[in-house]
Design a protein around this ligand. Structure first.
Ligand code: PLP
Length: 413
């Protein structure tokens, strides 16, 4: 028996691990001091807990604790990295390079910088979502300050060649930021070996609480400097002011330690668990349902993401047909119109295929039984929707048209 509903939207957020909740609770009601209060034991207890969590989070990514800057989440980390560096290094140049398939937190920060007079190059991707290293090399000029390219896509799961990108940036003396939100805690990520200068990640994508994230900022070779985007009491070495979210930070630390301990065992580790469930899902769908295709890269992909196009079916209709399974489509909707996903479009897909795509995300808590339940339900649901759409619009039989009515909004992470 499986418990319903089944949660397969783990690229949007994850269940907070009960061990993390337990670690956080005392820091609401009992140890509620301000970590910046130096004059009493309440403050000392909070400060000590923050220091422990800083070491736990740093330990997960191979960083020095002093290289961790607490933020409210990966959105803020991305904003701080892009705006903070472009502002701080304005005398060196005004050029930023990023990619069309980045998270909106990067793309909209880049747009804001453009509006303020900076120049931005948006690199395209191939049909599997990877950038071309030659195109990146060609884009770099002596005015380029920063390259920002995500490690793994929240939507299609494609991993970028981060080590090669970083090496290229190093060779050209350009700083490199990566949004590694989907990777940290799901696969080994170590800044001792990866030539990244800044890295964004967030607790709630790795079974920690929402509202707490981090920006890794390299201190040596090179030492990265940032202009603060939040002014105030000078917390976080002046890079991000504001009273620390102590319970959130404690939860982030606890979840980092759990991930570090449970991730890597080749047989029983979490990465192996995620990969196995993901592949069971992909093989089950592609094997049982005609007209299905995996979007993104076949092998260079996140262990916990599958994005699949169901030809002749609207993704949103499929979500409605399976209300007991929490899924997401690639489409982000504005108030007026339902646009096909810009990420899927950037791969060169037709609107029809983009509209027919559904994102599946597995987690530590996902079971084989849950995957089998979904595999059992999908073929009938897809067949029924195809019959319906064939009956409604015979001309469109076999291909998905754009949605006709306004649909309940589904947003990607
Ligand atoms: C979820 C996500 C974000 C945003 O993180 P928040 O902590 O919710 O602000 C940014 N980038 C990527 C790749 C994500 O998956």
């Amino acid at each position: 028996m499986v418990n319903l509903p089944i949660y397969l939207d783990n690229n949007a957020t994850t269940r907070t691990d009960p061990r993390v909740v337990a670690a956080m609770l005392p820091f609401f009601a009992e140890f509620y001091g301000n970590a910046a209060s130096r004059g009493h034991s309440f403050g000392w207890a909070a400060e000590e807990a923050v220091a422990k969590a800083r070491a736990q989070v740093a330990g997960l990514i191979g960083a020095d604790p002093r290289e961790i800057v607490w933020t409210s989440g990966a959105t803020e980390s991305d904003n701080l990295a892009l705006k903070g560096v472009m502002e701080r290094y304005a005398d060196k140049g005004d050029h930023l390079v990023t990619v069309t398939t980045e998270h909106k937190a990067v793309l909209d920060a880049a747009k804001r910088l453009e509006a303020a007079g900076h120049r931005v190059t948006y690199l395209g991707v191939d049909g599997q979502g990877r950038i071309d290293l030659n195109a990146l090399e060609d884009a770099l000029t002596d005015r380029t300050v920063l390259v920002s390219i995500m490690m793994g896509s929240n939507e299609i799961g494609t991993l970028q060649p981060i080590a090669e990108i970083g090496a290229l940036c190093r060779a050209r003396g350009v700083l490199f930021h990566t949004d590694a939100t989907q990777c940290v805690g799901k696969m080994p990520v170590n800044v001792q070996y990866l030539p990244v200068d800044m890295m964004s990640f967030t607790a709630h994508k790795m079974h920690g609480p929402k509202g707490i994230g981090a920006l890794y900022v390299r201190r040596r070779a090179p030492r990265v400097r940032l202009s603060a985007q939040m002014d105030g009491g000078g917390h976080e070495q002046g890079m991000r002011s504001g009273t620390l979210n102590v319970p959130g930070i404690v939860g982030f630390g606890q979840t980092s330690e759990i991930c570090q301990n449970e991730l890597a065992d080749p047989l029983n580790g979490e990465q192996a668990h995620l990969t196995r469930l993901r592949d069971r899902l992909i093989r089950g769908i592609l094997g049982a349902i005609d007209g299905t295709t995996l979007n993104g890269h076949p092998t260079e992909r996140l262990p916990h993401n599958a994005n699949i196009a169901f030809e002749g079916v609207e993704g949103d209709a499929l979500l409605t047909a399976l209300p007991e399974v929490a899924l997401s489509t690639g489409s982000a909707c504005s108030s007026e119109s339902v646009e096909p996903s810009y990420v899927l479009r950037a791969l060169g897909m037709s609107d029809a295929r983009a509209y027919s795509s559904v994102r599946f995300g597995v987690s530590r808590f996902t079971t084989d039984e849950e995957i089998d339940y979904v595999l059992g339900r999908l073929p009938d649901a897809v067949a029924r929707l195809r019959r319906l759409s064939a009956a409604r619009t015979p001309a469109l039989a076999g291909s998905a048209g754009p949605p006709e009515t306004s649909l309940v909004g589904t947003r990607t992470a």
